[in-house]
Write a protein that binds this ligand. Structure first.
Ligand SMILES: Cc1cc2nc3c(=O)[nH]c(=O)nc-3n(C[C@H](O)[C@H](O)[C@H](O)COP(=O)(O)O)c2cc1C
Length: 163
C-alpha cells in the first residue's frame, strides 16, 4: 500500500518540505496539491501525510477543509502531520495544535513543525504589508529568512517508514 503527501503551500516552502520528505520515504509515495485538486481518493493509501503552512496563526484553509471532510477516513490510516511556520518552540507547537483536530493529532504517528521560509521578493502586496506589520511585533517573522529543518524532515521520514 502507498503513501500520500497532501499539501498546501502559498510560496513553495511546504511544497519544498513535502518534496524533501517524498525523496526520503520508502515505497510508492504520491503528492497532491490541495490548492489545485478538488477530489482526492484516499482509499488506495495506507499512510497519509497532511501538511500546510501557517498564516496569521492559522493553517491554510484548504488543509482545514480537507481535514474536516476526510476526518473519519484519516482516523483509519497511519497519519503524519506537519506544518511550515516561522515560529519555533512552544509558539510553533501551539500553532501545530491549533492547525489540526485534537483527535487527529492524538491519532497521528508523528506531528511536527519543520520551520519555514519567508522571502519578501516572492510575496504579493498584501502579504508584504502584513509581514511588515507583523515583523515589528514578532522578530521571528522577519522576511528573507529560511530555517527549514532537514533533521526534522529526516526524523519524520524514519518514523513514517517504521509504521
Ligand atoms: C502574511 C504572513 C503571515 C504569516 N503568519 C505566520 C504566523 O502567524 N505564524 C508563523 O509561524 N509563521 C507565519 N508566517 C510564515 C509562514 O508560515 C512561512 O513563511 C511558511 O514557510 C510559508 O510556507 P508556504 O510557502 O508553504 O506557504 C507568515 C507569513 C506571511 C507572509
Amino acid at each position: 500500500m502507498a503513501t500520500l503527501i497532501a499539501y498546501a503551500s502559498k510560496y513553495g516552502c511546504t511544497r519544498k518540505a513535502a518534496g524533501l520528505l517524498w525523496g526520503k520515504l520508502d515505497g510508492r509515495t504520491d503528492m497532491v496539491n490541495l490548492v489545485r485538486e478538488k477530489k482526492v481518493d484516499l482509499s488506495q493509501y495506507e499512510k497519509v501525510i497532511l501538511c500546510g503552512s501557517i498564516y496569521e496563526g492559522r493553517i491554510q484553509r484548504k488543509v482545514k477543509k480537507f481535514t474536516e471532510k476526510h476526518l473519519d477516513e484519516l482516523l483509519q490510516k497511519k497519519v503524519g502531520l506537519f506544518i511550515c511556520c516561522m515560529k519555533s518552540g512552544e509558539a510553533a507547537q501551539a500553532e501545530l495544535e491549533h492547525a489540526f483536530p485534537k483527535d487527529l493529532l492524538e491519532h497521528a504517528v508523528i506531528s511536527d513543525f519543520f520551520g519555514g521560509e519567508l522571502s519578501l521578493y516572492d510575496m504579493n502586496l498584501i502579504d508584504k504589508f502584513l509581514i511588515k506589520v507583523i515583523s515589528k511585533r514578532d522578530d521571528r517573522l522577519t522576511h528573507d529568512t529560511s530555517n527549514l529543518s532537514l533533521e526534522k524532515i529526516q526524523h519524520f521520514a524514519e518514523v513514517m517508514d517504521s509504521v
